[in-house]
Design a protein around this ligand. Structure first.
Ligand SMILES: Cc1cc2nc3c(=O)[nH]c(=O)nc-3n(C[C@H](O)[C@H](O)[C@H](O)COP(=O)(O)OP(=O)(O)OC[C@H]3O[C@@H](n4cnc5c(N)ncnc54)[C@H](O)[C@@H]3O)c2cc1C
Length: 334
């Protein structure tokens, strides 16, 4: 079982910054996130958008802010369990918690900090009746490892950045790549649309617009997709993979079943230290609620800073905590 001081659920900006503030107090952290990479909404929804209200940065791309946070916390060597959802918590005899993830990983900590943002991002699935039968048997909703598609036939569906970017990337990896989109125009960045059009003209991408994947066929494993086109009608295309990239929608998920006081999908906290109604569990960032709450990154950073002071007192009730500036003490790595 993994042991740590603060178990952070959610590796978005607030979860990441918690590692820094905890590290200054010599507390170790382990982060769990259901997404395959750190950064939360910044990485998943808007990595290329500039943010203008991070103090000290007149403008910074969301993806760059995540990179900077990762660099800032590196000296404190946080542990990461990515691509796994925090599923179940139990209180142990010594009053600490045991968390079990969706893949069975167990983590033990005296303090849990929930920085779960809008909750778990769950893929939006196309309305194909037997799609669940082919999940992980040829159907994937998130591309975790592009190598899975090397020299394979792949059908991607979607019209946003994710569908366009992966089509461009996989054109060099897959044996055959098709992009199916239900409209003629795309929602993604103009240069990505142009690149896909170029690849289609060069015969390297099979582009089907005004079309939808309406059925899946196979025998235990996906072998064909049924594509309905507005003008040409139905066609059956052989494929090894079908990857619908229709975006992710957030859901509170298992956190809603942990006995926490919830108000409209957010966790109620005491603003003295951002503690919840369950002793030892804190909630920071977008996932918490209190009077005057603003869902902003800088507010989450503040909450993380206050919260770790209280966490320290819970972990070391007999130790004195003296407050020191980083300019005086520096950042002492673990
Ligand atoms: C388009 C857009 C633009 C924005 N612009 C700005 C801006 O300019 N300035 C600003 O301050 N804010 C902005 N925001 C808001 C900002 O992104 C959020 O305030 C911030 O992401 C909150 O950070 P967080 O760490 O609390 O949560 P998130 O970034 O949501 O991260 C939470 C993480 O927790 C994970 N998670 C949740 N539940 C579980 C579970 N059970 N198990 C495992 N993992 C779990 C999720 O997968 C996610 O990665 C913007 C938001 C959007 C969508």
């Amino acid at each position: 079982m993994i042991q740590t001081d603060i178990l952070i659920i959610g590796a978005g900006p607030c979860g990441l910054f918690t590692v820094f503030e905890a590290g200054l107090l010599k507390l170790r952290c382990h982060l769990v996130d259901s997404l395959p990479q750190a950064g939360g909404q910044l990485t998943e929804i808007y990595p290329k958008k500039p943010i203008y209200d991070i103090p000290g940065f007149p403008s910074i791309l969301a993806g760059d802010l995540v990179d900077n946070l990762m660099e800032q916390i590196a000296p404190f060597k946080p542990g990461f369990t990515l691509g796994e959802r925090a599923e179940k918590i139990e209180r142990l005899e010594d009053d600490s918690f045991k968390l079990t993830t969706s893949k069975g990983t167990e983590i033990n900590a005296p303090v849990i900090a929930i920085a779960g943002g809008l909750g778990c991002f769950e893929p939006r699935k196309p309305p194909i009746s037997n799609i669940v039968d082919f999940e992980d048997k040829g159907v994937e909703y998130i591309i975790k490892d592009p190598e899975l598609y090397r020299d394979k036939r792949v059908v991607i569906a979607g019209g946003g950045d994710s569908a366009l970017d992966w089509t461009i990337f996989l054109a060099d990896v897959a044996k055959e790549i098709s992009l199916v989109h239900r409209r003629k125009s795309f929602r993604g960045a103009l240069d990505s649309v142009e690149k896909v059009m170029e690849l289609a003209h060069a015969g390297r991408v099979n582009l089907l617009t005004d079309a939808q994947v309406t059925g899946l066929q196979g025998n235990g494993k996906l072998t064909d997709v049924v594509i309905k086109q507005k003008e040409q009608g139905e066609l059956i295309q052989s494929t090894d993979h079908f990857v619908p990239l229709f975006g992710l929608s957030p859901k509170l998920g298992p956190i809603g079943e942990w006995g926490l006081a919830i108000d409209r999908s957010a966790i109620e906290v005491d603003t003295v230290d951002y503690s919840t109604n369950v002793e030892g569990i804190y909630a920071i960032g977008d996932i918490n609620t209190y009077e005057g709450k603003l869902k902003l990154i800088l507010c989450g950073f503040h909450e993380a800073t206050i919260m770790v002071q209280s966490a320290f007192k819970r972990i070391y009730p007999d130790k004195k905590l003296s407050f020191k500036y980083t300019t005086v003490n520096g950042v002492e790595a673990f």
